[in-house]
Design a protein around this ligand. Structure first.
Ligand code: GDP
Ligand code: MN
Length: 398
């Protein structure tokens, strides 16, 4: 689950990570109140108005702006709230901004140049260890740094059973070229950051930039936090941080129906049982000259009700030109699933606007095929994997 910057920062702060402070606002009036309160709390003279959307690169898209007084806070907030913000990480039409974070200005105007660093904490699946990635090249797109100057990106691996050791935090501060008070503050920052990462059961933290202020404090100016959905049951308070306005509406609906669905860009919808078979089916569709429109694992109980829900969700995607059903009857019997497909088809009537190719293999596959072929429905049956692919190709080119 992805969080907004302000939510991520709240989590960081709760574990003692120093952050650029801010107050969330949903309209320009709240923004001015937030600015006043922020000055009362921090003494800040200037503010940064930051669009809250689930995408990075907001600065480049005009979603992060400096405000030098309350009038500017008001007018900038008014401009940003409600806008469709386009960044390299949003869909082409952009994302609607519902809220702004009014943050203290931590780049202290007139002082010497502050330093920006990059830091992320994530799981390295290859080694089974956690990893801190960091760079002196903060504030920039890290993919660009990785491409042009890969030697400026460092990694520190952390054994999750041992945890981050103090010497590792010192090494990070050293590699970032720090000394004195800033060196000490960076080691504290890194230790707290790693603690926050493990204690919050996150799967990724990305802090870009981490800032060294002109008075040698280290703090998080930005925060991109991804929580591990599988651990949310341990964090009831985090579960409420979900902002479904930021999520794909079809995926939200599928999740509510208990389906494992991921929306993709292609034209062939798939309904499959089992994640592995779903992956193989997506490959199959590509080989047949199509592109998968989704990943959908209907799970073990593919009865009529569930199949109907699944069809309904697949068909919400306007790009779908055909649906490939690929079921392996291991625990579930193919004839039961076939009956489910036929019943669902009957119930949905003219709501089904694209050809359906159904391949069922495993227990009672023969009965399933007969059931489909004799149903009088326009469902194309297949037995073999390749045969199913060929039939998909046929309907796509027809
Ligand atoms: P992103 O563009 O979505 O990654 O958003 P960030 O939170 O990283 O902000 C983008 C940029 O805004 C930063 O890299 C900074 O250069 C700038 N910025 C952020 N906070 C401040 C601030 O307090 N003062 C000033 N002057 N600039 C800031
Ligand atoms: Mn950033």
């Amino acid at each position: 689950m992805n969080l907004h910057e302000y939510q991520g920062k709240e989590i960081l702060s709760s574990f003692g990570v120093r952050i650029q402070r801010g107050i969330i606002a949903g309209n320009h009036k709240e923004a001015v109140d937030a600015a006043k309160q922020l000055t009362a709390e921090t003494g800040t003279k200037w503010y940064v108005v930051k669009a809250q959307i689930h995408a990075g690169g907001r600065g480049k898209g005009g979603g992060v702006k400096l405000a030098k007084n309350l009038q500017e806070v008001e007018s900038i907030s008014d401009d940003i709230i409600g806008m469709m913000l386009k960044t390299p990480q949003t869909p082409p039409q952009g994302k609607k901004v519902n809220q702004v974070l009014i943050a203290e200005d931590v780049y202290y105007p007139g002082d010497s140049e502050p330093e920006e660093y990059y830091m992320s904490v994530l799981l390295n699946r290859a080694t089974g260890k956690n990893m801190i990635m960091y760079s002196t090249e903060g504030g920039m797109d890290i993919e660009t740094v990785a491409e042009k100057t890969p030697h400026l990106i460092f990694t520190e691996e952390i054994d999750p059973t041992v945890g981050l050791l103090p010497f590792q935090a010192r090494k990070i501060a050293f590699n970032l070229g720090l000394s004195g008070a800033a060196f000490k503050d960076m080691t504290k920052f890194v230790m707290a950051l790693y603690m926050a990462y493990t204690k919050s059961d996150s799967s990724m933290f990305e802090i870009n930039p981490v800032l060294k202020t002109s008075d040698n404090k280290i703090l998080a100016v930005d925060a991109k936090v991804t929580l591990d959905d599988n651990a949310l049951f341990r964090h009831k308070d985090y579960a409420q941080l979900r902002d479904i306005r930021e999520e794909n509406p079809i995926e939200v609906e599928a999740k509510a129906a208990g389906l494992n669905y991921v929306d993709l860009d292609g034209n062939v919808g798939c309904m499959v049982n089992g994640a592995g078979l779903a992956m193989a089916t997506m490959d199959l569709i590509k080989q047949a000259g199509g592109e998968p429109a989704n990943f959908l694992d209907v799970g073990g109980t593919a009865d009529a009700q569930r199949v109907e829900t699944a069809f309904g969700i697949i068909l919400k995607d306007r790009n779908v030109k055909a649906i490939l059903v690929n079921i392996f009857g291991g625990i579930v019997r193919c004839d039961r699933v076939a009956q489910g497909i036929v019943d669902a088809y009957k119930n949905m009537g003219d709501k089904i606007t694209v050809p359906i190719i159904a391949r069922l293999q495993g227990t009672n596959a023969k009965e399933a095929k007969e059931l489909i072929d004799n149903s009088g429905m326009k469902i194309i049956s297949a037995t073999e994997f390749q045969e199913a692919a060929d039939k998909v190709q046929e309907v796509l080119t027809a």
